[in-house]
Design a protein around this ligand. Structure first.
Ligand SMILES: CC(C)(COP(=O)(O)OP(=O)(O)OC[C@H]1O[C@@H](n2cnc3c(N)ncnc32)[C@H](O)[C@@H]1OP(=O)(O)O)[C@@H](O)C(=O)NCCC(=O)NCCS
Length: 183
């Protein structure tokens, strides 16, 4: 990675994910509640979390972007991750090579507005720094909190599609619509 990420919002520090985050990442991803709308396959070993971290670091190096670790300023706690990902190795809704905004937090930190707060920073970064023209969002239909966050930050619902057998919503935000919202 050329330069470590460091962005501050009102309540959070958003920074690059590091190998030393492995136990926090495992705490996040071994929780079945967290994975309820993510295919129901929580991690069972530390090695899986190591692989997850290496995958994110690889994205920083090859794509210039990847999800950020989110640190709660008031406690210094690692609460999960949030931010943009360039999806060039997966296909959703018949689409590859797209940027999406995503988030995943330890339940103790849900309901404090942190997904909304961090995702607004991610959209700013995507449109202003990366100069993207389009950012997408994906949420299983039954994941009410995630659908709500995507709508709150201004993404528009486009269509319903299947992730394996599960119905999901596909959202998008175009740069021109983002700029209009901001003006
Ligand atoms: C999705 C997730 C990141 C949301 O994080 P969060 O920090 O709690 O989100 P926010 O507080 O910014 O916003 C959540 C919104 O959903 C609402 N909400 C949450 N659960 C709800 C429910 N069951 N019914 C109605 N509204 C609900 C909240 O009230 C809030 O809306 P409001 O601000 O208008 O009151 C968190 O639940 C999570 O990590 N889930 C597990 C991983 C996951 O599913 N990630 C998304 C994959 S698409």
């Amino acid at each position: 990675m050329i330069k470590p990420f460091h962005i501050e919002t009102k309540n959070l520090i958003l920074r690059d994910v590091r190998p030393s985050d492995v136990y926090d990442m495992f705490r996040l991803d071994s929780d079945p509640i967290v994975h309820k709308y993510l295919g129901n396959k929580p991690r069972t070993t530390i090695e899986e979390s190591e692989k997850d971290i290496n995958y994110i670091i690889k994205q920083y190096n090859t794509n210039g972007i990847g999800r950020w670790a989110a640190i709660e300023k008031s406690s210094g706690d690692f609460i999960g991750w949030s931010g943009l990902k360039y999806n060039n190795d997966v296909t959703y809704n018949n689409t590859t090579n797209f940027y999406d905004v995503g988030y995943r937090f330890i339940p103790k930190y849900w309901g404090k507005g942190y997904a909304t707060e961090s995702s607004i920073a991610a959209l700013d970064y995507g449109f202003k720094i990366l100069n993207l023209n389009l950012i997408n969002g994906i949420a299983e239909i039954e994941n009410i909190a995630s659908n709500k966050v995507l709508q709150k930050i201004g993404l528009q619902f486009v269509n319903t599609f299947k992730i394996k057998d599960v119905d999901a919503h596909w959202y998008e935000l175009k740069k021109e619509d983002y700029e209009q919202r901001m003006s």
